[in-house]
Design a protein around this ligand. Structure first.
Ligand SMILES: N[C@@H](CCC(=O)N[C@@H](CS)C(=O)NCC(=O)O)C(=O)O
Length: 502
């Protein structure tokens, strides 16, 4: 394994500035909880942008059967760089150039097709590792484009080999025993064909099950990551039962088709209902914008959801936290605490530009400007403010610390995980008791308190915290109600790199 700390934070090829890779590797190694991913076939950066805002933990760009050329592969890898999503590339073949090139472009790992022997696996691994472990050569083009220093330090990228033939199945144990290999990935389509069956992804005859079972056993014996191309969400349950944890549960094109079908269905069913309650579009035409300084984190989402809920026109000002833009000198004038979110209302009090930092203060400011989501009646207003401040002073800080110590910290500190884990559990208990008695935190009405709390309980945050919310059914019911709101969906989907909104 590569060891040693990278000497600078600008090195561009190691995982210290790729928390998504570190997180994925840690979850798969330590907890074995299932990580669903999307398989991208369209070499299209717009589609990649769309997927980058979804709650998946990894994607694979298919360089073997997808429509990627080198340029679109590099662009799409770059899109996932500053996200929570680990980006793997299924390379075109077990070829040192294809493997090295994908990693040079910044991929978090490679999936190498048609591996049928320990020798094949060793060849793939060598191509993915710098000397002395392998023979990968230094190709700093993507790092140079970002103005970063290329480094060979840090954790190495993932190297997963595909077993997808009868010959590969026979050699599964030898393949799995290749020192340094990260995992095995099953390609059920080719495997079925190799076994003399139709090219199906969900063959469940005895022969196919024996074959995938043998691969799973070989990987598990060695503690390797076990992945599969499932292709359909519904098949993922079967693979999970068989012990697979890295599951490509859909493709970009399949999701596009099913998304369009379900949108059309929903539109038809909405239009057949009485639509007298439909609100007119907000007229945003002549109003001055609010600038939102933002990155895709729970605090950022509090502000983006609030802006979407109020319908106030806003302009996205990305602050790339991973690139340290919050520390740039100019930003200090906007947020003296060097954090996101912050807003500048170009038409603030007395028509003057007005800056607000701290997410709770932003929510209160916007609620008062829009005249919604903070009740006017004093007792109800006080309740909403109490739960808002409870979020800001308890939930935000403790939840963030648990994310850090559980998923991001270089060193495992059991005492910190225990301390913040216990506090998060206690806070969930407070919320569960409140929400058992009231539909929303402030009482009967959805308010700023709910908007502040909601982003801290998304799948992503809970996954990073390794927190099981099964014992909190009222929190889950409340969360599902809020997640179904269109404005919330839009707020969560705001991603940097997106053109300014109006
Ligand atoms: N209390 C602040 C917390 C803001 C905060 O911690 N923001 C994080 C992102 S969630 C940040 O900007 N971190 C960057 C850094 O710490 O350098 C608020 O609610 O706005």
């Amino acid at each position: 394994m590569y060891s040693g700390n990278p000497s600078t934070s600008d090195s561009a090829n190691s995982s210290e500035n790729r928390p998504a890779l570190r997180r994925l590797r840690a979850i798969l190694a330590n907890e074995g909880s299932v990580q669903l991913g999307v398989w991208l076939l369209q070499g299209n950066s717009l589609i990649a942008e769309g997927i980058a805002s979804c709650t998946v933990s990894w994607v694979a760009l298919d360089g073997q059967h997808g429509l990627f050329d080198q340029s679109s592969l590099a662009s799409c890898i770059n899109i996932f760089r500053n996200t929570h999503i680990a980006c793997l590339v299924r390379v075109s073949s077990n070829d040192a150039h294809a493997i090295g090139w994908a990693l040079d472009a910044g991929a978090d790992g490679v999936i190498v097709p048609m591996v049928e022997s320990a020798g094949d696996a060793r060849k793939a691994l060598e191509a993915a590792r710098f000397p002395p472990l392998g023979s990968r050569s230094v190709g700093p083009f993507a790092a140079a484009a970002r103005g970063a220093r290329f480094s060979t330090a840090g954790d190495p990228p993932l190297c997963l080999v595909m077993i997808e033939s009868a010959k590969g199945v026979k050699a599964a144990r030898e393949i799995a025993s290749v020192e340094g290999l990260d995992g095995i990935f099953v390609g059920p389509g080719d495997l079925a064909v190799s076994l003399g069956l139709a090219p199906t992804l969900d063959a469940d005859d005895a022969q196919s099950k024996r074959a995938t079972g043998a691969i799973a056993a070989a990987a598990q014996e060695r503690g390797l990551i076990l992945g599969v191309f499932s292709g359909h969400g519904s098949d993922a349950t079967r693979w999970t039962r068989e012990g697979f944890t890295l599951i490509a549960s859909t493709t970009d094109i399949a999701s596009l088709r099913s998304g369009i079908a379900s949108e059309l269905e929903a539109t038809v069913s909405r239009s057949t209902r009485n639509n007298s309650s439909r609100k007119p579009e907000t007229d945003k035409g002549n109003k001055k914008m609010i600038d939102l300084y933002y990155y895709m984190t729970p605090n950022g989402h509090e502000a983006s959801i609030m802006l979407e809920e109020t319908g106030l026109p806003y302009n996205l000002k990305p602050v790339d936290l991973l690139a340290g833009e919050q520390f740039q000198h100019g930003y200090l004038a906007i947020n003296p605490n060097n954090k996101i979110p912050a807003i500048v209302d170009q038409e603030g009090p007395q028509g003057n530009p007005h800056t607000v930092f701290e997410s709770s203060a932003i929510l209160i400011y916007l609620a008062e400007k829009a005249g919604k989501l903070l009740p006017a009646e004093p007792a109800a207003r006080s309740r909403a403010l109490q739960w808002l401040i409870f979020q800001a002073s308890n939930v935000g800080p403790n939840f963030a610390q648990l994310v850090h110590f559980q998923a991001l910290a270089e060193k495992k500190v059991p005492e910190a995980i225990q301390r913040f884990g216990a506090e998060v559990t206690r806070l969930y208990g407070v919320l569960e008791r409140r929400l058992a008695e009231h539909p929303f935190l402030a009482g009967d009405e959805y308010s700023v308190a709910d908007i502040a709390m909601f982003p801290w309980m998304t799948d992503m945050v809970r996954e990073l915290q390794a927190f099981d919310w099964a014992p909190y059914p009222h929190v889950q019911r409340w969360h599902a109600t809020i997640a179904a709101r269109d404005a919330v969906r839009r707020g969560l989907a705001v991603t940097i790199g997106q053109p300014g909104k109006s």
